[in-house]
Structure formats: C-alpha cells, structure tokens
Ligand binder design. Structure first.
Ligand code: HEM
Length: 396
C-alpha cells in the first residue's frame, strides 16, 4: 500500500486512509526503519511497552548526524526531554503544577479568556485562531507564572522559533542561528524571573517549581528554566488547535451545538469527544530499544515507531460509530488516546482541558450570535504531525 501523508486529500481527511491501514497494514512501513501503527489496541500496547523509548535528544542527534547538545535551542530541549524520561523529575513538575487549588486555576483561566474577549469583542469579526486560540494559552501561562506579557519579547514568535527543531525538515545553518538566538533571549528572560522568585517566593508556578521536593531533591536552576520555556512550547499549539477544532465541529454539526447550548452540563463530554474526533496531537513518536516481532513484522533496534493516536481514536473496535461527532457518546470501553497514555501521558491534560472548556463557555455566553462562514471549506494546516486549522474566521 503506497500512501502519501502530505497529500491534500490526506490532510483534508486522514480517517479513510487510517481505516484502510488498520485493516490492511496495521504495522505500516513508512520508509526503511520507520513504522506507523494505527490500531487502538496496538497503539495502547506500544505506548506502555518497555521495548520503546521516547528519547528526543538522541533522535535529534541522529537526524543531524552530529551532537546538537551545545546548540542553545537544542540544549534546553535536551534538559527538558531528559527530565521527561525520569519519573522522579516528572513527579516534581506535576507536584508544582498541582500545587494551586483547582478552583483558583479555573478562575485564572476564566480571567485570561475574558481579558482576551474584551480586547476584540467590539470588532464584530475576527480570525479566532489569531485573536483567541493562540494568545489564550500564552495568557494563561503568563498568569500562572505571574509575569506580565513582556513588551520587549514576542512570546508567540519566540516559541515558534523554539519549536522548529520538532518540524519534519532539518534546520538550515541560518535557521539554526535564528532559533538559537530566540533560545538565548528566552533563557535570559526566564533566568531573571527565576532569580527574582528565588529572592522572594510567591504563590506562582515558578515559586512552586522552586519549592517542589521529593526524597529531599529539588529541581535545579537549568531544569526550572527549561520547564518554564517548555510549558509555553508544549501547551500553546495543542490547546489552540483543540479549541478551534472543537469550535469547527460544533458549527459543522449545528444540532450538536444546539444540544450543548440546551444542556451545558455536556460541556466536558463535548470537549472529550472533540479531542477524540480531531486529536490536536495526532501522532507521537518512539524508538525501538531492541529488535522485536510485532504483529508478524520484525521491528529492528533503532527503528522509529510512529503511533497514530488519531487513528486509534477512530478505531471501530473501541468506539461505536467512530466517524460520528457525538457529544452524548455512550461511555466506551477505553478512553481516547488524545493525551497519550502511560509514562509519557501529557503533563498538561487537566490544564489544556480546562482552558478549552472555560473558553468555549465564555465564547458562547459573550458572543451568542457567533457564526463561522463557509465552515465546510476551512483549511487544515498542511502537516501530518499536528491537526489544526489555518484560520477560523468568525462574525458575531
Ligand atoms: C488540549 C490540549 C493538549 C493536548 C491535546 C495534548 C496532547 C499531548 C500528547 C498527545 C502528548 C504526547 C504523549 C506521548 O508522547 O505519549 C503530550 C505530551 C505532553 N504535553 Fe500535552 N497536550 C495538551 C496540552 C498541554 C499543555 C497545556 C501542556 C503544558 C502545560 C502540555 C504539556 C505536555 C508535555 C510536557 C508533554 C510531554 C510528556 C512526556 O513526553 O513525558 N500539554 N500532550
């Protein structure tokens, strides 16, 4: 089976292709040494398998054919991803993230959403990706860290540069210089914040990262700075796409939107269903640590294994009528894999879900006449590694 994951047909609607793969080639050879796994039970099994590792620093070095550890943009990716492979380090971050009270976090997200809507409500029309979805997670994270959106630092632009190493194409020397410069600017910004909080602790996330302790150990300065930067990086695109993907679905299926407006208690299940239906992080990546046979296929040590979470989330073995967007979906036997599973389960799953829920509620309450033109012609970002819209032009 020859497939083109960059083709406009696949980008517009990958699910029929995934259905064929699940049936005919559930362990699909993408290129020599790289596999794509599409069935729910297989993806679930491999997410928990000790035979695979999520070693992003080694993956970078292998792709560039040299050690990238000294390049600033890679060095804090390295620090952070090394922490993600340490259950102990992860526990410290989770402790800090959960240190505040849940009600306070909801209020903080609410304040962030209202602040943004206030800014452009009077305009009558706007692209919701630009004015709401992208700025929202940045605003929330700034409020969590108790920092002002710095006028001298365009967070969104810097984050995009920091994320470049994760894109499918290798960075050119010039792109690497630009991303390195962004990494250094962010690092110096957060080092100043770290110093301030160390002198005077507050009740913000930076202070919580400073005091989080397990078995007498704490996070060091470089780890805290890498975590702060990666909180922005990991949370902004996924949350922005989650929000607009769900909005698109609610306008594409107006009877589901009307149902939600009539029964606001369905908000959580609508968000869960939207995350299943168009998962913003559709794919995750692992490396085989040793050779093993899987479903009759020989996977070699060092092979790349792509786990197609959004294919798993449309597997009829697990989800009844998987291609139906159904906010009153009956409980299925298994949860959607939109946040992954096991030792690398998304650290921001609670926060991301809360951001989407609160913003949807705010939007429908404050803009009751919200409409989206040509909803069936909205375009997807032309990439396989995330599922998000190019824009979401709205009127109210
Ligand atoms: C609705 C929004 C979000 C979605 C759909 C989402 C989805 C995901 C997925 C699919 C993974 C990969 C899991 C794996 O490789 O097995 C992941 C990992 C991660 N996410 Fe999220 N995420 C969201 C929001 C956030 C937010 C707000 C944050 C930060 C506060 C965050 C931080 C992370 C981190 C740090 C990881 C890496 C975990 C690891 O590799 O151990 N995410 N997320």
């Amino acid at each position: 089976m020859q497939l083109d994951f960059q083709s406009p047909e696949f980008i517009a609607n990958p699910y029929p292709v995934y259905a064929r793969m699940r049936e005919q080639a559930p362990v699909y050879l993408l290129e020599p040494g790289a596999w794509v796994i599409t069935r729910y039970h297989d993806v679930e099994h491999l997410l928990k398998s000790p035979l695979l590792t999520k070693d992003i620093p080694s993956m970078f070095n292998q792709r560039y054919g040299r050690s990238m550890n000294d390049e600033p943009v890679f060095s804090f990716h390295n620090i952070f991803w090394t922490m993600m492979n340490s259950p102990h380090r992860r526990r410290l971050i989770v402790k800090a993230l959960n240190a505040g009270k849940a009600g306070e976090l909801r209020a903080l997200v609410q304040r962030s959403a209202e602040q943004l809507v206030d800014k452009w409500m009077g305009h009558g029309q706007a692209d919701l990706m630009t004015v709401l979805a992208y700025p929202l997670p940045i605003q929330v994270t700034c409020n969590m860290l108790n920092i002002e959106l710095d006028q001298s630092l365009d967070f969104l632009a810097e984050i995009k540069l920091i994320l470049r190493p994760a894109e499918p194409n290798l960075l050119t020397a010039e792109e690497l210089n630009i991303s390195n410069a962004a990494a250094l600017r962010l690092e110096s910004f957060f080092r100043k914040i770290w110093l301030q909080r160390r002198k005077q602790l507050g009740d913000d996330l930076v202070s919580q990262l400073l005091v989080a302790e397990e078995d007498g150990e704490r996070l060091n300065e470089d780890e805290i700075i890498a975590t702060l930067i990666m909180m922005f990086v990991s949370g902004y695109g996924t949350t922005a796409n989650a929000l607009c993907n769900i909005l698109r679905l609610l306008f594409l299926y107006p009877e589901q939107r009307e149902l939600l407006i009539a029964k606001p208690e369905l908000l959580s299940s609508a968000v869960e269903e939207g995350l299943r239906f168009n998962s913003p992080g559709p794919i995750t990546f692992r490396t085989a640590m040793e050779s093993f046979e899987f479903n009759g296929v020989q996977i070699a040590a060092g092979d790349a294994v792509y786990l197609a979470l959004d294919s798993a989330n449309h597997d009829p073995e697990v989800f009844e009528e998987p291609d139906r967007f159904w906010i009153e979906r009956p409980q299925s036997i298994k949860k959607s894999l939109a946040f992954g599973l096991g030792s690398h389960y998304c650290l921001g799953a609670k926060l991301g879900t809360l951001e989407v829920e609160v913003t949807l509620e705010t939007l429908f309450r404050r803009l009751p006449n919200l409409t989206i033109d040509n909803i069936d012609q909205i375009k997807w970002e032309p990439t396989w590694v995330l599922r998000g819209l190019e824009s979401l032009p709205a009127r109210w």
